[in-house]
Design a protein around this ligand. Sequence first.
Ligand code: F6R
Length: 612
Amino acid sequence: MCGIVGYIGTKKASPILINGLLRLEYRGYDSAGISTIENNSISIMKDKGRVKNLYNLSGIDDLEGTIGIAHTRWATHGKPSKENSHPHMDNSKTFSVVHNGIIENYNELKKFLIKEGYIFYSQTDTEIIPNLIHYYYSKDNKQDDLKLLRSIKNACSKLKGSFAIEVISKDYPDNMIVVRKDSPLVIGKGDNENYISSDIPAILSFTREFYLLEDLEFVILSRHDAKFYDKDLNSINKRIQTIEWNASSAEKDGFDDYMLKEIYEQPTAIRETIGAKLTEDSKCEFDELDFTKEYLQSINKIYLVACGTAMHAGLAGKNMIEHICKIPTEVDIASEFRYRDPIIDNKTLCVFISQSGETADTIAALKLSKEKGAKTLAISNVIGSSITREADFSIYTHAGPEIAVASTKAYTSQVVLLSILTIYFAEILKISEKEVKSLKKAIIELPSKIEKTLKCTEKIKKFGHRIYQEKDVFFLGRGVDETVAKESALKLKEISYIHAESYPAGELKHGPIALIENNITVISIMTDPKLVEKTVSNIQEVITRGAKTLVVTNQKIDDKMFDTVIHIPETNSFVSPILSVIPLQLLSYYISKEKGLDVDKPRNLAKSVTVE
Ligand code: F6R
């Protein structure tokens, strides 16, 4: 989730662009760049690192252009580097482009363009866009005002995935064209000037009048005007909207906190993580991996190693890998693994899961596994992070920067990526075909089911209001639901400072039930049809002892037995944690709010634990 800024007006563009990028810094990024037009030619200044470094680039002060585009990059294809930073130009240096989103079919388009004689200088998916525009531009023999727009529209019709794009061209020095699909883009109207951004806060200090773009709406911007077109290039009218947000709520897209924003970003994070890797009727693909059947058959054990929430994602992964791929799989806490002399040899595959890719214990566990001869695979949300540089192979969640300390969208994206990895292994091994088919369908349906699950907010808020002053809360579940119980208890502890414990529901009577007393809160998750009756019986035991109960389920149960029941959509059991965790993420959030705590920055915690 990179950031985009653009300007077309009568003032020097570069300071406005850099100022806009600085206002997007809160989102996280690894590189920055700007492009302007002067004397009918395109200039680009870009580098990896901080936005303020742009001020040090030689020649930046000489950019006099009054039209320009700018970008902060969060690497998705190719490591952070000057070459991979945006803007990108086509080979003829006619077009300069910045892009947010992911072009899923970029490999296919790149091959096509290479055949047509185009040369690529970066590893990004974005660089195909200016070249594809050039391809259509050079084939269009009409010389009218809409030629540039037509070429961009033709290029966009070939793109699969998500994009918000700004294009400037030396042949049209008084225009900029923008378009979006599944990635945000807004236009701010000024006095004889237009501002463009992926995020309102970047340009909120310049204007409060905005046009909000819908998918596949194209805009030709000039200094005095904005002309809108639909996907077939028919002219359309857009209404200006006045935004009343203050700068802080604008950074959070109008949400009160980053955590809530990130909870609501989960459908997008998961769509982007699925990307082109998985479709219902073709084989699952990872460009980064080249595992063979012989290799997978030779594995004696898979270790999934991580810390905290990432380790909980590993627990969900273990269930799927063992059941579907029949490979023995263990989940380890990195800080334990590194000191417990685990049995590892060259037939062991060690998978390291880390949102940040910088967690000290996870890095140490990875180094140890390499020393012992294992093959290593990193799963991270940050391209170029330490674990991805250290591991033999790396694959990525595309959750975008996670700013709240408590992890939400990174967790669900990790579970999704592990489920896709499971399918990838099973398809190579040619086993569990029926289960793979049903899992694929379930994964593809997840984003829309998450949207439905998020509708439980009001009911959860009410339950949160009832229990926010409690001292202890228990979470129970069996099988995959127990992994969610663990994650939900961690979330509640972290941001509401309530003592929360999770147990496999069947363990209750072996000790913890002694803690159950009148009015205590017990939360349970019941999504596995094979186990639901067993868990209901366990909850019956705590109800008899006076407990208040919240149940998250996708099964038919007798709602009257419990205080509150949250019904979530049915799905394949292996990916049910992705849906069942959502009401419980929201519960922790609303309890923390009721207690007046700093949800995004809980006490004593850091987002990235880079020391042991
Ligand atoms: C909990 C949380 C932590 C992290 C853990 C690992 O909400 O965020 O438990 O999951 O510190 O961090 P990464 O995934 O960056 O290695």
